[in-house]
Every structure is written in structure tokens, then in C-alpha cells.
Design a protein around this ligand. Sequence first.
Ligand code: MG
Length: 367
Amino acid sequence: MRIKRISVYQVDLPLAEGPYNWSGGNTVRTFDSTIVRVETDAGLTGYGEVCPLGPAYLPAYAAGARAGIAELGPALLGLDPTQIGILNHAMDAALKGHPYVKSPLDIACWDILGQVAGLPVCELLGGRYGDDFILYRAISQESPEKMAELVATHRDEGYTRFQLKVGADPSDDIERIRIAASRLGPEDRLIADANTGWLMHDAKRVVAAVSDVDLYIEQPCLSYEECLSVRASTPHPFVLDESIASVHDLLRASNDDAMDVINLKISKLGGITKARQMRDLCVSVGIAMTIEDTWGGDFTTAAIAHLAHSTPPRFLFTSTDFNSYVTVSTATNPPLRKHGRLSAPDSPGLGLEPSFGVLGDPVLVIE
Ligand code: MG
């Protein structure tokens, strides 16, 4: 089986609750998402998606994904999409770095491999643990009172994990944490995600002021070394996200006891193949994970669901249903949250049928 055509679609995904804000004054109102369609000479078709969280979060941007696929795509024509190791090797040989460009192509090939095997991707990634898995809700950076209201609203929907976007003025952030925590029960978990927004002295003030709160601290500062310094000054469980972009980062951080949990984003690593490698390594060394991506719609949510559902539940701290944050659906049978939990689709591959009326015409075809 050979790849004969790669089509690229661009889709705007507006946020249902209005602007999503995080540290540093960053905000997104509508996501610019890229969906790839990989067609084979055997009549099988696979889909993948990449959706950066705007251009200022990670070294990735939406138009860059499409420019990268235009550069890389021709090197994949004629390759067998079911030989996923070989395919990833070819992508790395043709384009150095730029993992987010490779991610939707890798996901689409997993979709095809699942269809060939007659199995959902989660079963190829190790098996389906139980009926469903746990989700978190990201709470946009707003006033402390509004964030607490959003926590309460989403708790009523069944969520039990809440990631507060902090990383602003430390005194405001302390209030954000305290008010939100007051709305939660003992079964809930609260994460204060600064998204690199604090300096070390800011972070140390915050963790000292909320030392009595049952709370996780996520990526307080920009650099790994700053985060290590904050980690040493707090007993709170500690999550690293932006600082973990490769297996090398994970190995170093594990050896340094730099965190208890990592945030594993599929496109940051280059696709399901490399995310699975990191997932399995985390399971081996006892590090729990939030399994997710930078954002996206139905196809990203399905890819996340397959990786999360095949992760031992004790190691899956949280995952996410990004398609519930946006107003546009790109598939006719998307995975949908029930009571704060999600399950991976049951049909072979990713298990999604695209809505071509939403995708429109491709913005790029490589053949
Ligand atoms: Mg984070």
C-alpha cells in the first residue's frame, strides 16, 4: 500500500465561551486548525489534525503547519502508511524538527493502520482500559469570581479536574486559587497552570500563600531551571508542560525529580508514535500524565482519546475533550463527553467520518 495523495484543509474553530486567555496577556478567540487527508492506492483514507494554541504559545503556528506539510508531503508519496516507524524516520530525514508539522501526518497513518487491522487505534496502542477516562476543564484567565463561577458550572457538567489559567499578578492568582478551591469537593482536583508566566519570586509567593490548599502547580516559570527552583520550595504536586518537549527532556527531568506529572501534548512531540513512546516511558518510571494536545476539534479529540484510553488509568491524571470548547464540528460521529468522561471511538482506525461540507475544498493537494 502506498500513499498517493495528501490533501490539506483549513478550518476555523470559534470558541463557545468567548476568548480563551492565559498568561502574558495571550488570548485566542477562534482557532485556526489544519486537517490532513492521506489517501492510498488501496482506497483507504486516514485523517489527522494539528491546531496550535495561537502563534505565541509554543514554537508553532497554524500557517507554519501548512507550509511545513507543503515542504514535507512530497517525501511521503509512495511510502507505505502502515509502516509507521519507517514513515516517521522518513519524515525526520526530510525535515529537521518541526514536530507539529509531522503530527497530523503520523495520526492519519495510524488511522489507516487501524483500518487495515480492523481495530480502533487505542487497541493498537496497548488496549482499552475500562469504559471511559477522566477529563479536565481549562478555565480561561478572568477575574477570580468569574473563574470560580466557571469552575462551578463545569463541575455541574461532571468534570472533576480544573486547570486554572494563572501566571498573572501573584496576588490576583492567590485569590483565583483560593476562591476556586472553595467551590470544590474532596473528590475534585485543582491545578494552577501558570503557563511559564511567573518569575521565581512570584511563584514562591503564590505557593507559600496557598500551602494549605489541595493543589497542583503547573509550569510556573519559563525555563526548566526556574521551575526546578520553585519545585524545591513547595510540597505541592508539580506538573511540567512547556519544559517537556522531547524524550531527552523527560529523561533529564525524571532523573532530577523535577515533576510528578507531565503534560503530554501529541503535536508538541510529533504525533501518536512519539507521544506513545513518551507515554510508555512515563508509565515505566511512575510519572502520571495529562494526555492532550495544543488544541483542535473532533480529529484531535479522537487522537487524544485513543492515546488516553490506552493508558493505565492510574497514570492518566487527566485528558481533554477539546471538541466541546468549540462551536464547529468537523466529523459526523465525534467522540462526545458524558459526565466529565470520554471514550475512544469503537470503529477501526480513528473512527471518524469527516464532514466535507465543513472542511470545504482543500487548500493544498500533494500528489
Ligand atoms: Mg499546561
